[in-house]
Ligand binder design. Sequence first.
Ligand code: ATP
Ligand code: ATP
Ligand code: MG
Ligand code: MG
Lengths: 258, 258
Amino acid sequence: MGKVIAVANQKGGVGKTTTAVNVAAYLATFGKLTLLIDIDPQSNATSSLGVEPNSEKTIYEVLLGKISAKDAIVSFTDPYLNLLELIPAKIELVGSEYELIEFQGRERILRGAIESLRNKYDYILIDCPPSLGLLTVNALTAADSVLIPVQCEYLPLEGLGQLLNTIKIVKERLNPKLDIEGVLLTMYDSRLRLSNEVADEIKRYFRDRVFEAKIPRNIKLSEAPSHGKPILLYDAKSPGAISYAMVAEEIIRRNEKI
Amino acid sequence: MGKVIAVANQKGGVGKTTTAVNVAAYLATFGKLTLLIDIDPQSNATSSLGVEPNSEKTIYEVLLGKISAKDAIVSFTDPYLNLLELIPAKIELVGSEYELIEFQGRERILRGAIESLRNKYDYILIDCPPSLGLLTVNALTAADSVLIPVQCEYLPLEGLGQLLNTIKIVKERLNPKLDIEGVLLTMYDSRLRLSNEVADEIKRYFRDRVFEAKIPRNIKLSEAPSHGKPILLYDAKSPGAISYAMVAEEIIRRNEKI
Ligand SMILES: Nc1ncnc2c1ncn2[C@@H]1O[C@H](COP(=O)(O)OP(=O)(O)OP(=O)(O)O)[C@@H](O)[C@H]1O
Ligand SMILES: Nc1ncnc2c1ncn2[C@@H]1O[C@H](COP(=O)(O)OP(=O)(O)OP(=O)(O)O)[C@@H](O)[C@H]1O
Ligand SMILES: [Mg+2]
Ligand SMILES: [Mg+2]
């Protein structure tokens, strides 16, 4: 039975896409059959894996019921990624929130669309856009848990309350089993006072739900997408790569001991 | 006749709020009567200026027609900021896109609401959320020009095409005089190859519409919001402060020579 994890935070630029792409790639490398779903109109997860975002078979067509989720699946030729598959996004998703609003059960569309895929994969990750709109609510309704990347700065810390509130509402009304997979500290720089202050504050509040691995600020992570590769294929020895490998390993450890 | 400038880019975390807040503060310091409007549900511009985002008089009530824009205006006691005023945002804005969608002329609501204020101010800046939804379209419809902050990295560069396309559509259908105020390079680090490659690419494409000033990555800029102050009050001698002062000066120079 696959575990569905939404990677969400309405604050922009905190590392949602970088986390979704690289955790998915490492889960696949560690032998887990993994599906990454991109529901952000920016389709950054799609382009970070070198996939052209303009096809007729994306999550946009799946959400509008034109094709099944199975028909939108893209696989990869690289041997390291043979257990990774992707459902791409495209820019037309921008308007989808206004189209989906008219649907019956509009918050449950994604959940319904991927129901038949759950048993095929060990993990399904969903990369969310920087908002708390209908696309993100669909991801939270479809998910078993939420992985929350938090950049170690002040403004990203401010928004956590809003996100937790939205998760609580979705849990009460739409998806009672929704839980927090973990909070991941990103772009952490141990030399900066601000980084350490924010990290301490998050640990005080979230305690054992904070991933042990912290993601350091590492330029290799922002270079990799321009080559259409996850970090494990771009520079597997970099600090960014090692920290994401540790996150994937921690997810497996937490979920499979049960 | 005040100039209305939307600070927009659907890519998250590129420095929209940091730019809107600090450019507005320097315009005010340079003797220009300036209004900053926060239309992002995260209300980061509001909290960056130390204003509590939960009042009953915010842009949310203005957009729904419950109060006039004039009634939502907040001013500042600090002598450096006596020419700066703010219309705050609040989290309830998240749901506003679905409420506004039913209104007649839903893209022109903000334009209508601030019409009576245009003559009072020299500059009106609008801080947009990280999306191309109805709130950002309202800002683009109300604006004379768009200031586009671009982080010097690959993924932010990718999204520029979508933004330019949206600006073109708004210009054709809703606001024929909409122009680009300029593209501002943010979090620029001259030591990084990626930073320089992205900066060169943006200059090739936008030519003289790129601001001469580049905003360096500077930790003081991310510390200032936690003190509820613009950079000019937090650390006026920092590289971040000096570069934003130069941007404000360049805006004045470009707009007032006509
Ligand atoms: N640990 C890191 N070190 C250095 N750069 C990083 C790191 N993580 C992400 N980045 C870069 O920072 C930028 C923002 O990251 P990313 O796009 O993953 O965030 P996001 O939360 O998905 O953004 P959005 O809100 O737009 O979806 C990107 O240019 C990315 O390459
Ligand atoms: N030049 C800079 N140097 C260092 N940090 C910066 C700089 N500009 C912005 N920051 C920090 O980077 C983060 C993102 O910036 P900011 O919130 O202004 O971006 P944004 O585009 O408004 O984000 P959103 O898409 O969520 O609205 C914040 O924590 C901010 O303090
Ligand atoms: Mg993203
Ligand atoms: Mg912002």
